[in-house]
Design a protein around this ligand. Sequence first.
Ligand SMILES: NC(=O)c1ccc[n+]([C@@H]2O[C@H](COP(=O)([O-])OP(=O)(O)OC[C@H]3O[C@@H](n4cnc5c(N)ncnc54)[C@H](OP(=O)(O)O)[C@@H]3O)[C@@H](O)[C@H]2O)c1
Length: 245
Amino acid sequence: MSTIKDKVVIVTGAGGGIGSATAALLAERGAKVVLADRNLTAATRVAEKIESDGGTAVAMPVDVTNRSEVANLVAAATDRFGRLDVLVNNAGVGPVSYLHELKVDEWDLMVEVNLRGVLNGIAAALPVFRAQETGQFVNIASTAAYTTSPTMAVYSGVKTAVRAVSEGLRKEAGPNLRVSVVSPGFVATEFVQTVSDEQVREQLLQQRDKFAISPDAIARAVAFAIEQPPEVDVNEIVIRPTAQS
Ligand SMILES: NC(=O)c1ccc[n+]([C@@H]2O[C@H](COP(=O)([O-])OP(=O)(O)OC[C@H]3O[C@@H](n4cnc5c(N)ncnc54)[C@H](OP(=O)(O)O)[C@@H]3O)[C@@H](O)[C@H]2O)c1
């Protein structure tokens, strides 16, 4: 029987892409999933599909940049299911661009969602995990946390910060808590649609349609990190298309 069965798992950004694939796979393996997304309609659609397939799922409207909304999310999940086993900090945006274009509002958005959103998740769940003396963070970074390229500077910087924070958290967390970073390469989702520069977006869409892998591949990596025995802490998984340079 899967060790994922009956675990209570929150997935942020679960209304689409990697988050919805992850929530669906974990629910299929018996987890009780709480789907958080700023787009409640999308998260509800995914939760209803999971329930109609026999799983347990609830959807909540949450903007991860809002600390109190994330705190409420964790409180609601623990109220509803009595505990929290895993927080998958997945919500993210990627409006990448050349620095000289000075799209500073988009830089700020990436910092807010991709980094502050993760910090808000840690602030909300860490006290619960410490009180329970068990719990796992799965933070979704990116291959851009290991390398960068033109247009990716801010996105890479923020995802590198997610890796650094995760490693610091792991070192502080002690023997009972687990911290996993899952870093995808190009995945076939709507992520690229947040790119406002038309030329950059077109290039990325062409690459995506040529070689991006399914979000199900990332969901399986997340499940692998979760399903290990409690004393086994899978710290980093990097998973990219074979065709990605
Ligand atoms: N796709 C890739 O190639 C790729 C590669 C490496 C890493 N990643 C990472 O994987 C994660 C998921 O990406 P994805 O490809 O699945 O993207 P996606 O298809 O765009 O899905 C992201 C989901 O997060 C939601 N979201 C965005 N901002 C939010 C916020 N402030 N609060 C709550 N929810 C929010 C989005 O809602 P809306 O629909 O309202 O925007 C969307 O439902 C991100 O952290 C991303 O950086 C993706």
